[in-house]
Design a protein around this ligand. Structure first.
Ligand code: DQA
Length: 146
């Protein structure tokens, strides 16, 4: 059964109460329910969140080793974590899809959010569609594996 990891970085465990005007009022369990409702029957998804850069990097290493496609919302790590980028580059080298997603459109926000150190090693980037950014990423990965 094709498996897809949905990895979320710092502060995304606070979805629902964190800046609802930017990120909406739905929490991470609601995202998981949405993705489970939208996925192909054969796809298995696993949604995880961490505030810890090292843990996120370990999850990416495991995805490289198991050739598991990743939907990644790196949150604030997007803008400065070269360590996360280097881990993500290993997915690219291994030919494993990585879709970078954002709930908001970082390009329409503060200047520091306009830079992503991850995008250059991602298969693609989807931003600005709320939780639908993840749904679109899921569809993109599923279509590539058909
Ligand atoms: C975010 C955008 C980032 O700039 C921010 O640090 C986040 C969430 C998004 O999903 O819109 O934590 O990745």
């Amino acid at each position: 059964m094709p498996r897809i990891l949905v990895l979320n970085g710092p502060n995304l465990g606070r979805l629902g109460s964190r800046e609802p005007d930017v990120y909406g009022d739905q929490d991470l369990p609601a995202l998981e329910r949405l993705l489970n409702a939208e996925k192909d029957a054969a796809t298995e998804i696993e949604v995880r969140q961490t505030d810890d850069e090292a843990e996120l990097i370990r999850w990416i290493h495991a995805a490289v080793d198991s050739a598991t496609p990743v939907i990644l919302n790196p949150a604030a790590f997007t803008h400065y974590s070269y360590a996360l980028r280097d881990a993500a580059a290993m997915l690219a080298t291994a030919g494993v899809p990585l879709v970078e997603v954002h709930i908001s459109n970082p390009h329409a926000r503060e200047q520091f959010r306009h830079t992503s150190v991850i995008s250059g090693v991602a298969t693609g980037v989807i931003a600005g569609f709320g939780f639908d950014s993840y749904v679109l990423a899921l569809a993109a990965i599923e279509r590539r594996s058909r």
